[in-house]
Design a binder for this molecule. Structure first.
Ligand code: CTP
Ligand code: MG
Length: 468
């Protein structure tokens, strides 16, 4: 039995290795790619050197510096490291100013200012076909001296570069590709998944991509990965309390930080599920999670509607073109509120979905296609004399009144006969407090008949939700 299992494991390993080689052929940057990137790095670093004050250091960071980046999709991260004594606003202003000055319009270059925890500049180098993020930070040796959230990056660089072998760096690339295909790569609010640095740490902890799959397939929560105390478990519950999470990866450069802080339980479960699927069947189609096409989305959504016997309610908002994370969170908050109201009012919801793309934000609800003429309202137990009197008074207009299992109840006209009424009243009501960027005056409700552009957004969200 044990011999059979180990033989099976060997075939899985060899199939997986073959698959990984195939994946790497498409995602590992070629020598030419690396040459091009180095050319751009040298070019930009050279220009930066001419403009930075003498006490500022330039550092190549992020996945490009660690050899864990993906072909074509990882930006180059260049950090400007300031002494801790410089004021942070001055540092930000100075860096944006320098970035602005080194842009060469003749070479088809431009820049945008981005806001993460603090502002940085993204240079778009048209002729070189590469983007460079220029990020200001403080030069530190220890995370305790940290002044901004990104200061740790320089420490991450050192840690990863001293710990991962070249083969393991390729495993990080495979892992990132796998997580991307399953839409759980990245720590942003809309993904709540695994960041690049977390992928590197997982590879270090579990040794290889296959080791990670095994670890995730059998993961039990809570799990605490703490590199300073490998093997010892006594502090797990303390960490769970401290970080308020059940999956914790302590940053080896800063014991006060959980690198997996942004990983939602849903993303983690998806990773566990996907790892089992890939170990059961190490094929391209499982790895890439069966790509879908979003052509003819309106038609596809209609066929989903008919198959599931639901109505589709799509609420579209025109939103300002600002940080997607902010809009995403606001849509999520209102969608959750609306879902609760729909459920409280008796509507049976199969799914509630959302998507944000530029100036368009949508939420979609798939709801059983039933309509209500009446609703049942349950009151207090009959022995509570005063409460029952008050209830009867308040529900004088009821169509029927009776008693069920000791409680008084009424049947009365439904407040909302269908979800459409509820959603429209939600938009109009003065007590609804929609978040700042969701203007009810810029909202449109579509029922079943949905314009193709929004149907596409909904279909993408639907596939994201229903492919595991
Ligand atoms: N970083 C961090 N905390 C964040 C975001 C980033 O500490 N919330 C640090 C990490 O050290 C990370 C670096 O900033 O490696 C660059 O961030 P990013 O470009 O987002 O990730 P990469 O690791 O470079 O991965 P990718 O290949 O996706 O660019
Ligand atoms: Mg990067």
């Amino acid at each position: 039995m044990a011999a059979k299992r180990s033989a099976l494991r060997k075939t899985v390993s060899s199939k997986l290795r073959r698959l990984m080689r195939e994946v790497l052929l498409t995602v590992k940057p070629s020598e030419k790619d690396i040459e091009d990137a180095n050319f751009a790095i040298n070019e930009i670093m050279g220009r930066l050197k001419l403009h930075i004050p003498r006490n500022v250091e330039i550092l190549l960071a992020g996945s490009v510096a660690r050899g864990t980046h993906l072909k074509g999709s990882s930006d180059i991260d260049i950090f400007l490291l300031y002494p801790r004594t410089v004021d942070s606003t001055a540092m930000e202003r100075k860096s944006l100013d320098i970035a602005k000055r080194i842009v060469n319009r003749k070479k088809n270059e431009s820049y945008v200012i981005k806001y993460a925890e603090h502002p940085y500049a993204k240079l778009i180098l048209g002729d070189l076909n590469i983007n460079v993020d220029v990020v200001p930070a403080y030069k530190i040796r220890d995370a305790a001296d940290r002044g901004t959230a990104v200061d740790r990056t320089q420490l991450h660089n050192k840690f990863i570069n001293s710990k991962l072998s070249l083969n393991q760096r390729d495993d990080v690339r495979v892992l990132k590709t796998f997580l991307k295909a399953h839409r759980i790569y990245g720590a942003e609010a809309r993904t709540e998944g695994f960041s690049g640095y977390l992928c590197e740490l997982l590879t270090y902890r579990y040794k290889s991509f296959e080791g990670i799959l095994q670890g995730m397939a059998n993961l039990k929560l809570p799990t605490v990965i703490d590199f300073s105390k490998q093997g010892r478990k006594q502090n797990d519950m303390q960490y769970v309390k401290k970080f308020g999470k059940r999956f914790i990866v302590i940053d080896p450069t800063d014991s006060n930080r959980n690198v997996a802080a942004n990983v939602s339980e849903e993303s983690l479960s998806r990773f566990m599920f996907a790892s089992r699927s890939l170990l059961n069947s190490p094929t391209k189609s499982v790895f890439y999670n069966g790509r879908f096409s979003d052509a003819y989305s309106e038609r596809k959504m209609l066929s989903i509607k008919n198959r599931l016997g639901v109505d589709i309610y799509l609420l579209h908002f025109n939103v300002p073109d600002i940080a997607q994370d902010i809009i995403w969170q606001q849509v999520k908050r209102s969608r959750t509120r609306l879902s609760e109201m729909l459920t409280e009012n008796g509507f049976s919801m199969l799914a509630s979905l959302q998507e944000v793309d530029g100036k368009d934000a949508i939420m979609g609800f798939l709801i059983d296609d039933v309509r209500f003429k009446t609703r049942k309202v349950t009151g207090p137990p009959v022995e509570m004399r005063e409460a029952v009197e008050e209830f009867t008074k308040a529900h004088r207009g009821a169509l029927l009144t009776s008693i069920d299992r000791g409680k008084i109840y009424t049947i009365e006209a439904a407040r909302y006969r269908d979800p459409e009424e509820l959603i429209r009243s939600f938009l109009k009501s003065k007590t609804t407090k929609l978040p700042s960027n969701l203007n009810p005056k810029k909202a449109t409700l579509y029922v079943n008949k949905i314009p193709e552009r929004y149907a596409k957004m909904l279909y993408i969200a639907y596939c994201r939700n229903f492919t595991i």
